[in-house]
Design a binder for this molecule. Sequence first.
Ligand SMILES: Nc1ncnc2c1ncn2[C@@H]1O[C@H](COP(=O)(O)OP(=O)(O)OP(=O)(O)O)[C@@H](O)[C@H]1O
Length: 251
Amino acid sequence: MSKPALQTQALIKRYGGLLVTDSVSIDVREGELHAIIGPNGAGKTTLINQLSGELWSDAGDVVYAGQKITALPIYDRARRGVLRSYQITSIFEEFTVLENTVLAAMGAKSHAYYFWRPMLGRADLVKAARHALEITRLSHRTDVLAAELAYGERRQLELAMALAAKPRVLLLDEPMAGMSPQESTSVIELLKSLKGSHSILLIEHDMEAVFALADRITVLVYGKVLCTGTPDEIRNNPEVKTVYLGDEHIG
Ligand SMILES: Nc1ncnc2c1ncn2[C@@H]1O[C@H](COP(=O)(O)OP(=O)(O)OP(=O)(O)O)[C@@H](O)[C@H]1O
């Protein structure tokens, strides 16, 4: 069994009296795609925000490669390799797809945006960006302005930008939301190809995609972990069926 890349230890987030994540302990193993599912309001997005550093936790720890990163801000976590899609830079509308992706690669390497240098003058960054665009199937759109992209293409660009930053752990909150069936299929294929070389934490409402992709699934209900297991274990777990999915939704 591979070791954990990212772990939470009894992680808690409160909003007033509401425990939104309630002592959540999960781990994402090296090269694993670990999906988090649960009903609306279960705390999935809050958890991912706590992992990326967008939200401070009230108690508990986030551990990456054996080190506590709970107190680190987003940028430090990202630079170490824990990256949420679209987190490092937002898309610059007036820049091309390639320029946006080069900027993301640059940000990850702490080049501090050397705007006075030609953006495409760094061969290594351009190469990383082109590679990310190739695997996200956006190579044919490299010279198009971001402002001209369709919605699904923008989501693909966000993924390309995250990949150009060479993450070790990728945090994805509904990467297929709002995509056409064709675009979703292409993202599913992409995630399949990224598994193994990346550890991925995925929140996704599309159960078909989750069960097709996940190595393990954690079910979150009212902020608490109900169970973690392989897709088969989750599919056959009577408690999961009762509490959340309903027989007809599983698998
Ligand atoms: N800033 C906030 N202040 C107060 N309550 C909040 C805040 N953010 C989230 N919540 C509450 O925390 C709970 C969990 O929200 P969260 O968005 O993490 O759930 P989720 O599982 O991602 O839901 P969904 O599947 O609908 O996206 C909800 O009850 C939500 O109303």
